[in-house]
Design a protein around this ligand. Structure first.
Ligand code: CDP
Length: 239
């Protein structure tokens, strides 16, 4: 969120640098069952973001001291591959990946029926293969699809999308330039069947009206992405 006022990212006709209008999403496709050894998996391509998520479990939680007597533990690891961005990432976990893993776990814990699997563990690995802004949203959305693909009972899927502000205009689903040079970013995790929120972060400043517009864009985008998720899970190509 640089907020560089001199970088023009939307023209007078409301067209963004990648040709989208303010309310448009990047192209999305979802495929399940992409990691044969996993119990559930998903590849999600969102613009030029790509995430592969694998789910293992429920399995016995080891070591025993991490077990919970009344529910399963959910372990979530988000990682950006070293080759996923133009500047090679230092491999391994850092503060950012720990933060994203934690907020993703918190969001997923709101929907996964962990109480059905006492003393067990469900492992979710989110690997970002290609990163172009909004990877926490792609990771969380794809993780909910991979959990469903693993047959883990859940109250709902989670759709995550980030709207924000560029050149004083609120737009849906920021791309990398918009994320870098824009003025604000509002990623949200939404339960598409109820409209409930399980995740929200905000970077930069939005007025009340701008916040409402970004919120509405995210809610509307959630319904559209939800359709693609459902198609992928019932055997369509998810496009
Ligand atoms: O990916 P997301 O928008 O959820 O998180 P961010 O921290 O706001 O990062 C925005 C984008 O910056 C990422 O999607 C990457 O394209 C890029 N980035 C990077 O190239 N190297 C990093 N260490 C972190 C982010």
């Amino acid at each position: 969120m640089g907020g560089y006022g001199d970088v023009i990212m939307i023209d007078e006709n409301g067209k963004r640098m990648d040709g989208r209008g303010p309310a448009d999403l990047r192209e999305i496709s979802i495929e399940t069952g992409v990691v044969p050894v996993a119990d559930g998996s998903c590849r999600m391509i969102w613009g030029t973001n790509e995430a592969i998520v694998s789910v293992y479990g429920p399995m016995e939680a080891h070591p025993r001291k991490i077990q919970r007597q009344d529910s399963a533990v959910l372990a979530v690891e988000y990682n950006m591959a070293p080759f996923s961005t133009t500047d090679r990432m230092r491999p391994g976990f850092n503060r950012r990946s720990k933060e994203i893993s934690k907020v993703t776990k918190d969001a997923l814990e709101s929907v996964v029926l962990l109480e059905l699997y006492p003393r067990s563990k469900i492992q979710v690995n989110i690997e970002i293969i290609s990163a172009e802004a909004g990877t926490r949203c792609v990771g969380l959305t794809a993780a909910s699809v991979a959990l469903a693909d693993a047959g883990i009972p859940m109250t709902d899927l989670v759709v995550s999308v980030a709207s924000g502000k560029i050149n004083d205009i609120v737009v849906c689903d920021l791309n990398k330039e918009e994320d870098n040079y824009g003025e604000a970013d509002l990623p949200m995790g939404i339960l598409p069947n109820t409209g409930e929120l399980v995740f929200l972060q905000m970077d930069g400043n939005l007025s009340q009206e701008e916040f409402k517009q970004a919120w509405d864009y995210n809610m509307d985008a959630a319904s559209r992405v939800h359709e693609i998720m459902k198609k992928a899970l019932i055997g369509g190509d998810g496009k």
